[in-house]
Design a protein. Structure first.
Lengths: 125, 257, 283, 601
């Protein structure tokens, strides 16, 4: 804590004290673990590409599953969502809900057409 | 036709499903009228009774009755009834119930382009000619392949009135060559967008002989307001005569009037 | 009166203003990228089945450089770690560490952008050539002895331009053939074979640009928008690392907050990429 | 760092003193101001000008509708001079000019006039005062938001003078039309429109982040959620609507921009044949995707237009009935439900683009659901009148007339919301009637009510009541003359966006529909003339209106009236504390008929 005193001398409350610093040191350990997991996740994602899943849907599912886990790690630990306030959750939940609505309903609406409708790439019939 | 709708100037209905739509419009407007008149009576009464001159001291609590909750539940109920009883079934019937073959539906294509409507029938052989984008242009909106034998007797009616027989279901496959147009025939109570890249069927059964105008109800460019089409609903024999003549004359496959 | 809670947390919400602000902003960013992802998925699923370019509008697979993409992912993840380390260093009062981590973060950002523009360059000088007499091929082309380059928009070739400028033939360094998963076929020729194609034999010529296929349009749009976020974020973080760091002296708590807020944005940019990478590169 | 801890150090005198000594220069005071009140005024003035402009565009169009093919009076020659023969030959409005004015009328009214007035002007000026905050949470962001809005406006305005004229694909800007109107000059009016929209969206996003953060963080001591004035609640929910609904349109706008500038095909399917020749694009896109993304914003946007208006009306009604709002809590919850539901009803604008039964059922059910909380809000306002001591001043007259007008507009939404009846009414003048009843006599009346009500706080002077009442009577009467006949026209089958006023269709069908056009146009002119008393009143009162003698001329309870008039920089002279709910009027046992929120118990 060499520059601790210099901050103090400028007349301000120093942000860290020793027990606080210990906490943070604990965090750093976590950060490194997460870092490692993210790299592993990335490698897994790429390997998945070379595995021949029988169906496209399966590929998509696996890809998004890995991505979601990685995203969760980033959000939960790097962005400290784990210990964040309720308010932030509600905002994010709203956004997540509306995003799902936007995507889901748009897709649904684009494919639930009147019976016998045709998506054309050439003229019909 | 419902006298209320006549009063506001809606054109006489001329198709089989029109009654359902008209009824729904009437019922919804009755609901609206009841709500509106009720509230207005209340509104003027309140403004008069509780004006400052008559009631210099306001009451902190105000209304104590729960009438409003009942009214709100009532509105919700009526809406639910209209929705489940009328709107949804009507829609399902219109878009998910294609006419059965024994009703001998007329199948046709309708193509919209800036700024005209064209119609296309399969001809006497009942087979569509081959169609491809690469043949399409303003004069051949359906992209008919002149080389295809099945198309020789197809009937294409480009930018002029076509005929439909009375009391037979029509299934018109609607599409567009360029931008979004909207096929609207007020008397038939049909409206459907013609979306490029999609082919969407509209179904209706004309019930009245006469001349009908198609308007384009979707902004589609400079001359949108003049984009009119027309068709005549005629008796079955008149229609057959017209159709046979057209088909034999080889309307399809490139030679257009 | 002055604006309260600019750096102290409001007791009942437990948050300071900027943190509320950044989370709201991120929520709107979710909707922005969400709409783009939705568009991507919709276009993707409504594309005809088949293999691009054999089937005109089928979704292309395996066009992007996966090793480079993977490397870039790692770069971005690293920057995400360093930015949180920078914040932690401030918490522990180690300003110098903070600055080092910040510098690494910004360097990672620019590395990411550099690699991305390298990829862009590759795409812009890549062409699909549909011949009249055979299968379409893809690859880098050479016209009049020169490789067209993306930064020069006037250097884009189309069939019309070939004809207009009376170019008789072009040569194509043909890409290896791919199967329907985008994997290079085992028997395929790995060393880019050079083929000369006469202009008369060309039916369609298009570079890997938005006009050629919706895939490119979506790809460039989403990655460019993401790239802009990276650039913006990097500039702000660089500002905090140097000129903005003066605040550490006057109001350390507020400075830490700023780093936290900047970091949150940075993690979000990383998060978007975590989804972008599999969706765009691997699907 | 001892700022907020010693609130009493700033006295009223002190603020005035400060002011006198370092008078900021013109630029930092009026152009680069970060004070929410100045920014509010900037928004208000620009938006009123745009409102007038939007109306003038419509007057020219209305003239064309009533008298197709005749030169526009007064400005015809100017139009020809500035816009050229293609658009206004001989001063006659050509079809393209009609379409371009129509698109710009919609765009300007919605994005440059009404939203900026409600959210930018009233929201900025009043919200921080009502929650006892010294300013917005992010003053510089607030300034940036106004600047982005202003730039967007300038770009939109400039687009009129591009070759070919401004955007002319409707305010909805549907693809492919928007992408194929000008195939030669890619940098056309549509491109300007899109760039302008990106600025306006950015402005709204910055604004909404700021509003929400301000309301969450800067409520003064004692200002709990359920003590917030209803107006603040509506601003809060509106903020969320803007925050989450606008980004998809921004994305869509950028995609359309790419379609226009780089020839991509986000919204263009394969095989388009325009003008008889194949359009040389790859295709593969979806025109309906644009509509989904547009209406995902479009529908929440209409609640952006109405919720703050309801908020204003609620304030004015509570004040002029001298009693608390009836069912304040249920209004708050209803507003939340409206806000939430408004995100999942959007495709009721798309019933006729081709929809299967399942998806159509989903959207009409949600559409019916959203009408219930609207009914609850309106009912609560109506019942609030019961037992009041109603005063009829200009503000209150406008607020009261808002109720039936919004009622008509809202109720006529119902037949549109059932898809089966929408089959007949879609894209007809019935729709035009429906939404103008909500936005013109609805929202605009709320705006007027707000102006008459808060004018004394802003300027320290009252507006003239006589002129105000003339303005009210004329506006109410002629608004109805303009928009009520549109329902009839709609029933008769008249489509909207018809440059010839429906002549081509109606001559063979029902010529009486056309005579209504003339009546509507005349009424619109009269409506315009009846705004003159307002404009005169407005400017006259700024300089020579009757001075107010107290900071609280309406004897109101909410906090904006506990500040000096006009409020100084930093707003409050001592730290405000809310001791009670927002509408404690006529509390039994109290000496006065109002108990301000800040009054110590
Ligand atoms: C502020 C604007 C606003 C508001 C609040 C609304 C509110 C509603 N709108 Fe409207 N609407 C628009 C603006 C608005 N709309 C615009 C601009 C368009 C056209 C866009 C375009 O195409 O260009 C449109 C178009 C539009 C359509 C598409 C029509 C078409 O194109 O075919 C539909 C269809 O469902 C619809 C439905 C509704 C419904 C169900 C409500 C409901 O929320 C209404 C709920 C309210 C009530 C039910 C009233 C309750 C009151 C009482 C019951 C008390 C009555 C009291 C008295 C009468 C005194 N609207
Ligand atoms: C908030 C939105 C809003 C508002 C307020 C209005 C207000 C008005 N609108 Fe508009 N309108 C739209 C939004 C709006 N409109 C939209 C979205 C469309 C669809 C566009 C499209 O098809 O794409 C449309 C379309 C539209 C049409 C259909 C055109 C067509 O389909 O061909 C018509 C026709 O009459 C019309 C008329 C009017 C009239 C007469 C008013 C009047 O009520 C205007 C009244 C205004 C005034 C009288 C001005 C008052 C001025 C002041 C108070 C200024 C004071 C100034 C200072 C103090 C400096 N509008
Ligand atoms: Cu076609 Cu309008
Ligand atoms: Cu809507």
């Amino acid at each position: 804590m060499s520059d601790h005193s210099s901050i103090d001398s400028s007349g301000h409350e120093a942000p860290g004290n020793d027990s606080h610093a210990q906490d943070i040191a604990g965090h750093i350990n976590t950060y490194m673990w997460i870092f490692g997991s993210l790299l592993v996740g990335t490698v897994l994602t790429v390997l998945m590409y070379y595995v021949d899943f029988s169906s496209m849907a399966m590929t998509v599912a696996v890809a998004l599953f890995i991505a979601s886990i990685k995203a969760f790690l980033v959000a939960a630990y790097f962005m400290h969502l784990m210990s964040e306030k309720k308010l932030v959750y509600s905002v994010l939940l709203l956004a997540a809900f509306f995003f799902t609505g936007l995507m889901g309903l748009t897709l649904w609406g684009s494919f639930d057409l009147p019976t016998n409708s045709i998506h054309k790439t050439s003229y019909v019939p | 036709m419902n006298p209320l709708l006549k009063l506001v100037g809606m054109p006489e209905p001329a198709s089989a499903h029109a009654k359902g739509i008209d009824d729904l419009i009437v019922y919804v407007h009755l609901l609206m009228a009841v709500l509106f008149l009720g509230w207005m009576l209340y509104f003027f009464y309140v403004m008069f009774r509780f004006r400052k001159g008559a009631n210099p001291k306001a009451d902190y609590i105000g209304a104590r009755s729960h009438f409003s909750s009942y009214a709100e539940i009532g509105v919700a109920l009526v809406e639910a009834v209209l929705l489940i009883g009328l709107a949804i079934p009507l829609w399902a019937k219109a878009v998910d119930n294609p006419p059965k073959p024994e009703d001998k539906p007329i199948e046709m294509q309708i193509m919209a382009q800036q700024f005209a409507w064209s119609a296309h029938f399969a001809g006497l052989d009942g087979k569509w000619g081959r169609q491809d984008i690469k043949f399409a242009n303003s004069a051949n909106p359906f992209g008919l392949d002149t080389a295809d034998a099945a198309g020789k007797d197809d009937v294409s009616v480009v930018s002029e009135p076509f005929l439909l027989p009375v009391n037979r279901p029509v299934v018109a496959l609607l599409s567009s060559m360029d931008v979004i147009h909207c096929f609207k025939v007020p008397s038939m109570r049909v409206t459907q967008d013609a979306v490029p890249g999609l082919s969407i069927p509209v179904t209706f059964t004309p019930t009245k002989i006469g001349d009908y105008t198609i308007t384009c109800a979707q902004l589609c460019g400079s001359l949108h307001s003049t984009m009119r089409g027309a068709f005549k609903v005629v008796s079955e024999p008149d229609y057959t005569a017209w159709f046979e003549k057209k088909s034999k004359a080889g309307g399809g496959g490139g030679s257009f009037e | 009166m002055e604006i309260p809670y600019t750096y102290k947390a409001r007791p009942d919400t437990g948050l300071y203003n900027a943190k509320v602000g950044i989370w709201l902003f991120l929520a709107s960013e979710i909707m922005l990228f969400g709409a783009l992802f939705s568009a991507y998925i919709l276009l993707r699923v409504s594309a005809p089945v088949g293999f691009w370019p054999e089937t005109a509008l089928a979704w292309p697979r395996g066009l992007l450089n996966i090793p480079i993409g993977t490397f870039n992912t790692a770069v971005l993840i690293t920057s995400s770690v360093t930015v949180v380390m920078a914040w932690a260093s401030l918490q522990m009062n180690k300003f110098n560490h903070f600055r080092i981590y910040m510098v690494i973060t910004v360097l990672c950002a620019f590395a990411f952008l550099g690699i991305k523009s390298f990829e862009y360059n590759d795409k812009f000088s890549h062409y699909v050539v549909q011949t009249k007499s055979g299968k379409p091929v893809t690859g880098h082309i050479e016209v009049n002895g020169k490789h067209p380059r993306f930064w020069n928009f006037s250097d884009q070739w189309t069939l019309a331009r070939l004809t207009a400028e009376n170019v008789k033939e072009i040569s194509v360094a043909v890409d290896p053939e791919r199967d329907e998963h985008g994997h290079v076929k085992s028997h395929s020729n790995h060393a880019h074979e050079n083929r000369t194609i006469a202009t008369d034999d060309i039916q369609f010529l298009g570079s890997y640009t938005p006009a050629t296929h919706p895939f490119f349009a979506v790809y460039f749009l989403i990655t460019a928008l993401h790239g802009l976020h990276v650039l913006g974020g990097a500039l702000v973080l660089a500002y905090f690392a140097f000129p903005g760091a003066k605040m550490w002296k006057d109001n350390p708590q507020q400075f830490i907050n700023r780093i936290e807020v900047g970091g949150l944005f940075w993690h979000f940019v990383d998060l978007v990429w975590i989804f972008l990478f599999p969706v765009v590169y691997l699907l | 760092m001892q700022t907020a801890t010693q609130p009493h150090s700033h006295s009223h005198d002190h603020a005035g003193h400060d002011h006198a000594h370092h008078e900021p220069g013109f630029f930092s005071k009026y152009i680069f101001s970060t004070d929410h009140k100045i920014i509010g005024i900037q928004y208000g003035v620009s938006a009123l000008i745009f409102l007038l402009f939007g109306f003038l565009l419509m007057l020219a169009m209305r003239y064309q509708l009533a008298y197709p093919g005749q030169p526009v009076p007064v400005v015809g020659s100017l139009l020809q001079k500035f816009l050229g023969d293609d658009l206004a030959k001989g001063g006659v409005m050509q079809a393209d000019l009609y379409n371009s004015f129509g698109a710009m009328h919609g765009t300007i009214m919605v994005f440059l006039a009404i939203v900026p007035i409600l959210f930018g002007a009233f929201g900025n000026y009043v919200t921080p005062l009502q929650i006892g905050a010294p300013d917005m949470a992010f003053p510089r962001l607030n300034m940036a938001s106004f600047h982005a809005y202003f730039l967007g406006g300038v770009i939109m305005f400039a687009s009129f003078f591009t070759p070919g004229g401004s955007a002319r694909s409707g305010w909805t800007s549907y693809s492919p039309l928007a992408s194929v109107t000008d195939l030669v000059n890619r940098f056309d009016g549509q491109t300007y429109w899109l760039i302008g929209m990106v600025f306006l969206i950015t402005s709204s996003l910055l604004g909404s982040v700021n509003f929400i953060a301000t309301i969450i963080q800067l409520r003064c001591r004692g200002m709990s959620w359920m003590r917030m004035p209803f107006f603040v609640w509506t601003q809060f929910i509106t903020g969320f609507l803007l925050l989450l609904a606008f980004p998809p349109l921004e994305a869509a706008g950028i995609m359309q921009l790419m379609d226009n500038l780089f020839g991509s095909s986000f919204f263009l399917p394969a095989g388009l044949v325009v003008n008889g020749t194949a359009l040389g694009v790859s295709g593969g896109g979806s025109p309906l995707l644009w509509q989904h993304l547009f209406w995902f914003l479009g529908h929440p946007e209409v609640y952006v237009l109405i919720l703050p208006a309801i908020g204003i009306v609620a304030e004015v009604i509570a004040n002029n009935t001298r009693k608390p709002l009836w069912g304040y809590k249920s209004m708050v919850y209803a507003t939340m439900s409206v806000g939430f539901l408004s995100f999942i009803v959007w495709a009721h604008h798309m019933y006729l683009t081709g929809m299967g039964t399942k998806i159509a059922t989903f959207f009409q059910t949600t559409t019916m659901m959203i009408s219930i909380p609207s009914v609850i809000i309106l009912t609560a306002l109506f019942i609030s009148l019961w037992g009041g001591s109603i005063r009829f001043n200009s503000a209150s007259l406008f607020a009261l007339s808002f109720l039936p007008m919004f009622g008509i507009g809202g109720l006529t939404g119902l037949p549109l919301g059932f898809n089966a009846s929408d089959v007949y009414l879609h894209d007809s003048y019935y729709v035009i009637g429906h939404f103008h009843y909500v936005v013109a006599p609805g929202t605009m009346f709320a705006v007027f009510a707000g102006i008459y009500y808060w004018f004394p706080k802003i300027s320290g002077r009252l507006m003239n009541e006589t002129l105000g009442k003339i303005h009210w009577a004329g506006s109410l009467f002629f608004m109805n003359c303009v928009f009520a006949p549109m329902f009839i026209q709609g029933f008769k089958g008249m489509s909207r966006r018809m440059y010839d006023g429906g002549t081509t269709y109606f001559l063979g069908v029902d010529p009486t529909a056309l005579s209504l056009n003339k009546m509507i146009t005349m009424s619109a002119i009269a409506l315009g003339l009846f705004q003159l008393p307002f404009i005169i009143n407005f400017f006259y009162s700024i300089f020579a209106g009757k001075k107010v003698h107290s900071d609280n001329p309406w004897n109101a309870t909410t906090m904006e009236w506990s500040t000096p008039t006009p409020p100084p920089h930093g707003n409050f002279t001592s730290e405000p504390v809310a001791y009670r709910g927002p509408y404690e009027y006529s509390v039994p046992g109290s000496k006065t008929d109002f108990t301000p929120q800040t009054q110590k118990p």
